[in-house]
Design a protein around this ligand. Structure first.
Ligand code: AMP
Ligand code: ZN
Length: 102
C-alpha cells in the first residue's frame, strides 16, 4: 500500500528501528509513547484493520511474537490494545497491536 506509514517503514522509505522481525510481522517503538514501553506489532502484509483479517492464524502469530518481544524487552506486566476503525481511535489504517508497559 503506497500511502501507508507502516508499509513505508517496512519498505525502509521511512527510517525506523525494528525491535523485532520475523516472516509475517515486525515491531517498532511507538513514536509518541503512551507508556514507558510502547511497542507496535505490525503484520508485513497490508491489512487495514481487525475487520479485514481473513486468516485468524495471523493473530495467533502476532500474539506469539508478542510473547517473544516481551521476553526480549523484559516486559511481564503489560496491556495490549487494538483500535479498529476511525471512530474507535484507529489513526494508522494498517493493523497493529499496541504493547503498553510501565
Ligand atoms: P492507532 O491510533 O491505534 O492507529 O495507533 C497508531 C500509533 O502509531 C500511534 O500510537 C502513533 O503514535 C504511532 N505512529 C504513527 N506514526 C509512527 C511512526 N512513524 N513510527 C512509530 N509509531 C508511529
Ligand atoms: Zn500498510
Amino acid at each position: 500500500m503506497t500511502n501507508c506509514i507502516f508499509c513505508k517503514i517496512l519498505n525502509k522509505e521511512i527510517p525506523s528501528k525494528f525491535v523485532y522481525e520475523d516472516e509475517f510481522c515486525f515491531a517498532i517503538n511507538d513514536i509518541n509513547p503512551k507508556a514507558k514501553k510502547h511497542i507496535l506489532v505490525i503484520p508485513k502484509n497490508h491489512v487495514e484493520s481487525l475487520n479485514e483479517v481473513e486468516d485468524t492464524m495471523l493473530l495467533k502469530h502476532m500474539f506469539d511474537a508478542i510473547k517473544k518481544i516481551n521476553k526480549q524487552e523484559n516486559i511481564s506486566h503489560f496491556k495490549t490494545l487494538i483500535n479498529t476503525g476511525k471512530n474507535a481511535g484507529q489513526e494508522v489504517m494498517h493493523l497493529h497491536i499496541h504493547i503498553l508497559a510501565d
